[in-house]
Design a protein. Structure first.
Length: 278
């Protein structure tokens, strides 16, 4: 017996936080009956689950036992050392989701199309009439300094005559709000703010909110690359570029099955377009 939100999360539907909202609004049914409490427990092997009438397919997992040598890290986004993904035998197919740096040899990859993401952000801020802008990114998240989402945004905004810079910060940057205040006060008030991803966007919105400026700039001048529930907790919400993560997960699974059927063909690298801004 497991909690309903955990069963659905393990099935890859969404995060547990997002699922709680779906459950409480009556969109989830268990054995044909609406379930309104995320904490209610069911038999994960026999429960028939639907969301908005569509059946939820259970995932079947395979566990690999691995002896981790010293020096390898178990995270895929920790620059502190080589990833354990490099130790998985190449005969076991894998698809890497996100990242411009390969985590292992002979691996198919799918990631967001940064060229189209930047085009959406640039057009949004151009229409807002900003006179200067900054892209906000955290140095422990962006592992390559010349990431195309950063370099293209800088190049395209500056090509429009809009003075644009990087606003780089650390995970434990205690002076973030002070630096943000200095940046805002250093020139024109017609500023555009671009958050690299959800975590960078949360930091940016928290900083603007603590300065009493969130309502002044959001949503017209603040855009973030990620349609995360964390960002929808702010009011007003920033503009969000939806990466369509459910579609990316579906395509990654299709690539995995395709690789199992055709193991000898060259590696695939897929760039997925974001959804248009609403």
């Amino acid at each position: 017996m497991q909690r309903l939100d955990k069963i659905l999360s393990d099935a890859g539907v969404a995060s547990r936080k997002e699922l709680r909202g779906l459950i409480r609004t009556g969109r989830v049914q268990v054995n044909g009956v609406p379930a309104l409490r995320p904490e209610e427990k069911f038999d994960e092997k026999t429960a028939e689950l639907t969301i908005d009438g569509a059946p939820v397919e259970k995932l079947h997992t395979v566990l690999l036992m691995l002896h981790k040598p010293a020096g390898y890290v178990t995270s895929t986004d920790d620059p502190g050392g080589p990833s354990v993904l490099e130790l998985i035998p190449e005969r076991i197919p894998a698809v890497q989701v996100f990242g411009w740096e390969k985590q292992r040899r002979n691996c198919d990859r799918i990631t967001a199309n940064d060229g189209q993401i930047v085009a959406l952000a640039v057009e949004f801020l151009r229409k807002a009439g900003v006179e200067r802008s900054a892209i906000f990114w955290r140095d422990d998240i962006v592992r390559i300094p010349d990431h195309p989402r950063i370099t293209r945004f800088l190049a395209e905004m500056n090509a429009l005559g809009i003075e644009t810079t990087e606003f780089r910060f650390g995970k434990y940057d205690t002076d973030f709000t002070g630096r943000l205040k200095q940046y805002i006060e250093a020139g024109s008030e017609r500023i555009g703010f671009f958050g690299f991803n959800a975590r960078c966007g949360v930091k940016l919105c928290c900083g603007l909110d603590s300065l009493g400026l969130l309502q002044k700039y959001s949503p017209t001048n603040v855009i973030v690359c990620d349609n995360s529930v964390l960002l929808r907790d702010f009011w007003p919400n920033p503009a969000l570029i939806d990466l369509d993560l459910p579609l990316m997960a579906k395509r990654a699974l299709e690539m995995l099955f395709w690789r199992m059927e055709q193991p000898g063909i060259p590696e695939a690298f897929v760039l997925q377009a974001p959804r248009p801004l609403q």
